[in-house]
Design a protein. Structure first.
Lengths: 270, 276
């Protein structure tokens, strides 16, 4: 099949070569030295930083996205509003790269419009440790595509909540909170968790937006780019490949979990 | 009690959430537009001069940079090549899977989401490893095409796949074959015309992917349109942001067109008749 050959040549071969370089010692022999080095010291700090802000961004995106999807699902009038929310989510979920970074630089950068507006009401955004390349800033920026992505993921599940379940719950004497605790959330749980993982993976692997926002080398994709850029001593480039290898491993685990959760979530959506 | 709470939610909380969300999604875009197109420093900005001195001049000066034309031409070539190869690769494969191996469909679908597992930055790391062995290929700017085909797979596969799902493929193929067409002519003269909208959205999606891809081009130092945009911002921020707005407008239009053409036929027909 030409399709398979194509995938192998342009996706699988590059992926395997990353691992072959990552599992190579200083003298070219097989070993886990580079993989170990990529997961210790400054590199480990980078992983912690990336995992922290990605998990934060995923949590914010999951909660606000679910809330927004619930609001969108409960809108009956005007009718176009719901379609507008889903259509816009489709566009914004795919937004990323340079334009997103530029937009937030001009809103929340040091000379940003929003920074000035907040200053006008007495809030100094940069008084604390806020920065677009720091945890709080990255969470804010990544929410721009994470929230709409969550809306797209969770909306079918929310639509799958049958009104009959709610009626059954209240006729058995339950109130609204019983319904959410015993029926609503358990049914939605696989979709919510799956969405969280998808958003995490999405935030963890983003390069273009982060590269324009900051040169913070604690962000793993930027660090990989730095090592690949070639300004490192001989032998150190293996660490870059090892970082990339770890990243692929983390992404693979995340996607397998997502795939499994999606299977489970689809049970209620027929 | 529950009814009262439901009403408060519908009347107050829900609109409030929508308003806050709208502000969050619109403000960054407005700020970028203002920065690029209004010739007033943020420091000097007041409510009174919010509408003064807007102009498209930064965009014109970006267009007149001699690198701009070259970068845009390269990106358009890449988009064309990526679209063409995606179609040549996907249409026969997916037709074949639908007809002969329906059980393999989920496996193929799984393969097409692999680019999520191996993100662009991981892929480009692999390309850097191969580079010394394949300079003859990777030195060409157009060598980005196959990698962009892979990056676009999650989108392109889904558009062709859902287009084929809506067809009665087996009947079409059997009719065509029994009237004496071979496989090639069946695909070109029977299946492709029936897939027009799916093929169109597949092509638009590849354009959107190519116009948005920065990671691989940046690391491999290829001067595509997004790479030029990032570089140009260094010398002329306003012009760089203007180009970003332009690419956003194009991408948004693409997604809107896809949304319109891929709407189910019945809905379009009903709208055409003017009834709902």
């Amino acid at each position: 099949m030409p399709f398979l050959a194509f995938l192998v040549l342009f996706l699988i071969v590059p992926a395997i070569s990353v691992f072959s370089q990552a599992l190579r010692g200083a003298n070219g022999e097989f070993g886990f030295a580079s993989m170990g080095e990529a997961f210790s010291g400054q590199n480990l700090d980078a992983f912690w930083f990336s995992i922290t802000f990605s998990a934060g961004a995923a949590a914010v995106g999951t909660i606000l996205g679910t809330l927004l999807a619930y609001v969108a699902a409960s809108i009956t009038r005007p009718r176009w509003l719901r379609n507008a929310v889903t259509a816009f989510s489709g566009v914004a979920a795919n937004m990323g790269g340079l334009p997103l970074a530029f937009a937030f630089l001009s809103l929340l950068g040091r000379q940003g419009l929003g920074t000035k507006l907040l200053n006008g009401v007495g809030i100094d955004l940069y008084a604390g440790d806020f920065g677009l390349g720091e945890v709080t800033g990255l969470i804010t920026v990544y929410s721009y595509f994470n929230i709409p992505l969550m809306v797209l993921v969770i909306l079918p599940a929310i639509d799958g909540l049958k009104p009959a379940w709610r009626e059954a719950c209240s006729s058995l004497g339950g109130n609204s909170s019983t319904y959410w605790r015993r029926v609503g959330l358990p049914v939605l749980a696989p979709s919510i968790l799956g969405g969280f993982i998808l958003l995490f993976a999405n935030s963890f692997s983003a390069y273009a937006t982060a590269a324009q926002l900051t040169d913070n080398s604690k962000i793993v994709p930027l660090r990989i780019g730095f090592f690949l850029g070639g300004d490192v001593s001989v032998g150190e480039d293996a660490v870059g490949y090892a970082l990339a290898a770890w990243m692929i491993v983390i992404m693979a685990v995340a996607m397998i979990l997502y795939w499994a959760l999606r299977r489970r979530a689809e049970r209620w959506q027929s | 009690m529950a009814i009262v709470r439901g009403r408060v939610f519908g009347r107050v909380v829900a609109p409030l959430i929508l308003l806050v969300a709208a502000a969050f999604f619109i403000l960054p875009l407005f700020a970028m537009m203002r920065f690029a197109l209004q010739n007033v420093q943020v420091i000097d900005l007041r409510w009174s001069n919010l509408f003064d001195k807007w102009s498209l001049a930064p965009l014109w000066s970006a267009f007149s940079d001699d690198q701009f034309g070259r970068a845009l031409t390269l990106s358009l070539k890449l988009a064309f090549g990526t679209g063409l190869i995606s179609l040549l690769l996907l249409v026969p494969t997916i037709v074949w899977v639908h007809l002969r191996l329906p059980r393999a469909r989920s496996t193929v679908e799984f393969l097409t989401i692999l680019p999520y597992v191996i993100p662009a930055i991981g892929m480009v790391a692999g390309i850097m490893v191969i580079k010394p062995h394949a300079r003859w290929f990777l030195n060409s700017d157009l060598s980005l095409i196959p990698f962009y085909v892979v990056l676009a797979l999650p989108f392109t596969f889904r558009s062709i796949d859902s287009g084929l799902k809506a067809l009665d493929l087996r009947t079409l193929v059997e009719a065509s074959r029994s009237l004496g067409y071979g496989w090639m002519r069946t695909i070109v003269h029977v299946i492709v015309p029936n897939l027009r909208t799916a093929i169109l959205s597949c092509l638009f999606l590849t354009v959107a992917v190519v116009l948005g891809e920065y990671t691989i081009a940046d690391v491999l130092l290829k001067r595509t349109f997004p790479a030029f945009m990032g570089e140009y911002r260094g010398s002329d921020p306003k012009g760089g942001y203007g180009l970003a707005i332009l690419s956003l407008v194009v991408t948004t239009l693409i997604f809107m067109i896809i949304g319109l053409v891929s709407r189910p036929k019945s809905a379009r027909r009903r709208r055409a008749r003017g009834t709902t």
